[in-house]
Ligand binder design. Sequence first.
Ligand SMILES: Nc1nc2c(c(=O)[nH]1)N[C@H]1C(S)=C(S)[C@@H](COP(=O)(O)OP(=O)(O)OC[C@H]3O[C@@H](n4cnc5c(=O)[nH]c(N)nc54)[C@H](O)[C@@H]3O)O[C@H]1N2
Ligand SMILES: Nc1nc2c(c(=O)[nH]1)N[C@H]1C(S)=C(S)[C@@H](COP(=O)(O)OP(=O)(O)OC[C@H]3O[C@@H](n4cnc5c(=O)[nH]c(N)nc54)[C@H](O)[C@@H]3O)O[C@H]1N2
Ligand code: SF4
Ligand SMILES: [Mo]
Length: 677
Amino acid sequence: MIQYEKAICPYCSCGCGIYLVIEDGKIINQEPQSDHPVNEGGNCPKGRNAYQFLYAEDRLTTPMIRKSGRLVEVSWNEALDYIADYLKKAGPNEFGMLASGKNTNEDAYVIQKFTRVVMGTNNIEYCGRICHSSTAAGLGPTVGSGVMPISQLDLEKVDCIFLVGINLKETFPLMYKRALRAKAAGAKVIVMDPRKTVTARELADVHLQLKSGTDVVVINALMKIILDEGLENKEFIETRTVGIEELRTHLASLDLDELSKICGIPLTKLKRAAEIFAKAKIGSVLYNQGLNQHISGTDGIRALSTLALITGQYGRPGTGLSPTRGQVNGEGSGDMGCLNVFYPGFQKVGTPAEPHKKFAELWGVQTLPDQPGLPYTKLIQQTKYLWIVGTNPMMAIPDIDNVKKSLQEKELLIVQDIFPTETAQLADVLLPASAWVEREGTHAYVDRRVQKIDQLIEAPGTAKPDWWIVVQVAERMGFKEKFDFSSPQEIFEEIRRVVPSYRGITYERLDKTLGGIQWPCPSEDHPGTSTFFTEKFNTPDGLGHLQVVNYIPPAELPDKDYPYILSTGRSIFHYHTGTMSRRTPKLDAEVSDAYVEINPKDAALQSIREGSTVLLTTRRGRIEAEARVTDNVPEGFVFLPFHFSESCANKITNPVLDPNCGMPEYKVCAVKMEVSK
Ligand SMILES: Nc1nc2c(c(=O)[nH]1)N[C@H]1C(S)=C(S)[C@@H](COP(=O)(O)OP(=O)(O)OC[C@H]3O[C@@H](n4cnc5c(=O)[nH]c(N)nc54)[C@H](O)[C@@H]3O)O[C@H]1N2
Ligand SMILES: Nc1nc2c(c(=O)[nH]1)N[C@H]1C(S)=C(S)[C@@H](COP(=O)(O)OP(=O)(O)OC[C@H]3O[C@@H](n4cnc5c(=O)[nH]c(N)nc54)[C@H](O)[C@@H]3O)O[C@H]1N2
Ligand code: SF4
Ligand SMILES: [Mo]
């Protein structure tokens, strides 16, 4: 029998609709969903090939325990008993858990509840730490909220789009389509990126091709020009912000020629960008990892938000600073509290609201942890018992050799994934999870858009949903009553009770609402909220707080031994650590090997040709990749995607962290290169 079923793409956080063609319980084909408001009949290459990874030959299908050094297949009962027995021995600070941006909200909620209720610790994190932790740290003090303040659909209505450190065409292809439409209707686009990305080439009216890590310098220059030329929005500054005098004094002390020299952008270009942005009626700023992933990431965000505030570009549909979390549930796993300082609904530990007390009451327990847990990288280093669900630190975290050492030293390492990843290889217990449409649940996509996916097929072998596995262990540890969930819907009902912004969202409403509902949605008759900050900001006084920000250069800059900047990032055809996209034949056929983009002048200097195997060496280690010689990258700079395990970028990146939030500086370190012999 053939069925046609709706699903939402499992890759990025745009949240596009897909029709799956299912024959006798197996997906055999797919097409884009034409009536879905996000994608209106389009999908990008990943989305067009969304289901193949489910049928890869090496899907995990049976639990395994390491016995005499080898992973051996065992029953679920044996694996779950084994974990429970071990974890009963673990003290609260010895245990940690990493959740996933691929988890459903229901999975993520149960995972953080297990960590807090059963294990008694806030040692819970997910890939949000290495994706947008700088956003919480940077937007918290300025506007009081670190989520996307608009609907992605409203991007079409804006007359200026400022893209900062985001390669929209390759990383959010369906949002890119909207940006193209806005441009066709007359919008101006400014792109700030050291590379001439396909986004910059196709979309930019002004390309601010800055030197890596100098974002704060550029933004300070733009603000100085705006204030010098009187282009600021005086009424907005007066009625909705504080701190203009301090900002004016600070910017007055800076010299524009000097700023232009540091960032490498001519003054005329900076002036043009400043004027376009300040004069826009509806100015939208999308930013991502090119701004975030620096030791100064938080500073960059504080500055950028200040730029939007002084020009009044906040509080109307399409305006404001949009952080673009890219994982399918990058927003939701954070909403659910999978961060070391946040209980569900971003209720912060250590604040006067005392969320540990509130949740102790809601969950019916005596006490809950009131101290922050460890951040992602420290969880890996400092815990004795670590449970990793759907994240692959053996490729995603800088300085892999040290990550490996830490993981090998664990008393117990549990890994729960769908494939035998680089991290899974090190597990003491390896658990097979069901993925995507093999289970039911909700996700919150980039613009807080909650959508539901249904279970459409069976998982392979005995693979189980992530939430189910955690519930089983909780029961075995004596917490049956607190984890009395037999379906995702029951978990969602508890989420609705404890997370006010989800209160009005129900499974029944989601089933009926194409394109989902944007939280906050306080009641069942509420349509959801597309635009934030229309009347006031989420800061305690309701005002936008202008920030004075000083430039801090990247931690490791080129020198005579390591003369080039190494920057890492993404390609449209692959996804993160490649677990899913590299098991997808059509995507693998597009790009099957690691490559490094090198400027023609640098290549000539090092006798590197197109296709040469290049040895890249940093202070952490060395890897090889194939040369792509292109003037899309500037001189002195090479770009390396991090999708390829055999040329693992994070073997050589710098583990230094932004002190405000624990974000690694993935976007700059010093490297040398030579033709591999
Ligand atoms: N195809 C694909 N799509 C994805 C993903 C994927 O793996 N593959 N991942 C998803 C996820 S989780 C995320 S977070 C997003 C990431 O989406 P993006 O942030 O767009 O991706 P990146 O390629 O990491 O970096 C973006 C750009 O930052 C630029 N950059 C580097 N250094 C600097 C700098 O100092 N300043 C500025 N202004 N720019 C700089 C790079 O040249 C690059 O073009 O993508 C999401 N979508
Ligand atoms: N050098 C460098 N490193 C980076 C970045 C960079 O730009 N440069 N970007 C950083 C960013 S922004 C991010 S978000 C991270 C991403 O880092 P990760 O989140 O670690 O990367 P993924 O490859 O998406 O890992 C997801 C894992 O979940 C598994 N999985 C998929 N579905 C399911 C499921 O339903 N259940 C379970 N249990 N597992 C599932 C996949 O097989 C995969 O192993 O990488 C970071 N690392
Ligand atoms: S844009 Fe994102 S959600 Fe849409 S099809 Fe592509 S990967 Fe999937
Ligand atoms: Mo991310």
